[in-house]
Design a protein around this ligand. Structure first.
Ligand SMILES: Nc1nc2c(c(=O)[nH]1)N[C@H]1C(S)=C(S)[C@@H](COP(=O)(O)O)O[C@H]1N2
Ligand SMILES: [Mo]
Length: 421
């Protein structure tokens, strides 16, 4: 039996209407301030009694936040230093932009140290005029800025484990980040080179020791592909492709070739190692699904999530991120009763295409055990699937593009854990 719904409830077990997050409703969710205000003049804290520190050349987070860092950093097999991944600590962030220093990293052979003065990008193959660019020439082309996510197609793979692993939000889902990317539309460079009528694909190659190579349909290249030079206002970080990377909005992260050194226009895909032996999904009928470009619609509650304990019953803000490689997020629904009833969450504006979208819902926790879940729907009408439905559709051998619904169990002592419902 669902709980009786009060006028402000939107679903069972304490989920409240999203209008609480509109201005007029803000007062209704207030009242959690720690102390009643005292006259301010009475006391002066230690940090008010002497002048503070001087300016700094390049700012860093507060030292009190020093525990916040990339997850899995430094974990790699002997002899493979720099090959592997580190993840964004999603549960400690809010809004949608990932600070550049916390953007997830996925390197197949470490971070190359590229001298910007020696950097070159070659465009050749089925073009009328093969072209070579250096950084100085690249920055003279028209640039655009877009705030969009990048997600490794191996993200959230831990949910495929038979039993729910005792992992946190960033550990499971932290191979997604969002940045403001600025760069030159690839279409402009391709137009200058003059793609011939046989050109259908391009092969992009990285300037790292792995020489990561992927085939990209020319339609994507002419749609919204960028040669990205700036990330969150500053030059790309070395870990994310300095001095230039391919950025393919909404596509699996592997295709956004970092340290981009060469683009060859071709008639057919090149069938590189990273689109044949890797980044393909074995289907129940024994065939392999390849060229799975778009990242599917997905969401996860970042708070509450494991490691963030609920200290007492009462009012909480459920908050999380939702995204889709197919466009904008249309709606996010939240459940506080293990998926039996759902309430629509409020979305932070602006909702951007192929970007993370922050959602919020007010929840009155009665102190009882339950599971919290979120479910995203994108503008293409795709709905994030439940775990059972995902497994049925994709079979047991897939390991990329996992977008099933995440459930967080809240115990009566306030501990939050990964569960399957
Ligand atoms: N040259 C090169 N490009 C690369 C990779 C790489 O190892 N080398 N890794 C790919 C993978 S698998 C992903 S998910 C993204 C990760 O980008 P990031 O490290 O900036 O988060 O870059 C892609 N581009
Ligand atoms: Mo990846």
């Amino acid at each position: 039996m669902p709980n009786p719904l009060t006028p402000l409830s939107a679903a069972a077990n304490g989920l409240m209407h999203r209008r609480l997050f509109l201005k007029a409703g803000a007062g209704l969710v207030g009242g959690s301030a720690l102390l009643t205000a005292q006259p301010a003049a009475a006391t002066r804290a230690a940090w008010m009694k002497a002048p503070g520190r001087p300016m700094s050349r390049y700012g860093a987070p507060s030292e009190y936040e020093s525990s916040v860092g990339r997850i899995g950093f430094g974990v790699s097999q002997p002899g493979t230093t720099g090959s592997g991944a580190s993840r964004t600590p999603l549960e400690y962030l809010n809004g949608v932009i990932t600070p550049s220093g916390l953007h997830f990293e996925r390197h197949h052979s470490g971070v190359p140290d590229i001298d910007p003065d020696q950097y070159q990008l070659l465009i050749h193959g089925l073009v009328e005029r093969p072209l070579k660019f250096n950084l100085e020439s690249l920055v003279r082309y028209p640039m655009v800025t877009r705030t969009q996510f990048l997600e490794c197609s191996g993200n959230s793979r831990a949910l495929l484990n038979r039993t729910a692993a005792p992992l946190g939000c960033g550990e499971i889902h932290g191979l997604v980040s969002a940045s403001e990317w600025t760069g030159v539309p690839l279409s402009i460079l391709l137009d200058e080179a003059g793609v011939t009528t046989q050109g259908r694909w391009l092969v992009a190659e990285g300037g790292d020791a792995a020489m990561m190579s992927r085939s990209v349909p020319l339609a994507k290249a002419f749609d919204d592909a960028l040669v990205a030079l700036y990330q969150n206002g500053e030059r790309l970080r070395p870990e994310n492709g300095y001095p230039a990377r391919l950025f393919l909005p909404g596509y699996e992260g592997n295709m956004s070739i970092k340290w981009l050194r060469r683009i060859a226009v071709t008639a057919r895909p090149a069938m590189t190692r990273d689109e044949t032996s890797k980044y393909t999904d074995l289907q129940p009928d024994g065939t392999a699904r390849m060229f799975t470009f778009d990242m599917a619609v997905k969401s996860v509650i970042t708070s509450p999530s494991p490691g963030l304990v609920l200290h007492q019953p009462g009012l909480y803000q459920i908050s999380g991120i939702a995204w889709s490689g197919r466009g904008k997020i249309a709606r996010v629904e939240v459940s506080a009763d293990s998926g039996k009833s759902w309430a629509e969450a409020a979305l932070d504006e602006p909702v951007m295409s192929k970007c993370l979208t922050r959602f919020r819902a007010a929840w009155r926790w009665d102190g009882g055990p339950t599971s919290l879940m979120s479910r995203a729907i994108d503008e293409a009408g795709k709905v994030q699937p439940a775990r059972a439905a995902y497994l049925e559709d994709n079979g047991p051998s897939t390991s990329y593009h996992c977008n099933m619904i995440q459930a967080w169990h809240v115990a009566s002592n306030g501990d939050v854990t990964n569960v399957y419902v």
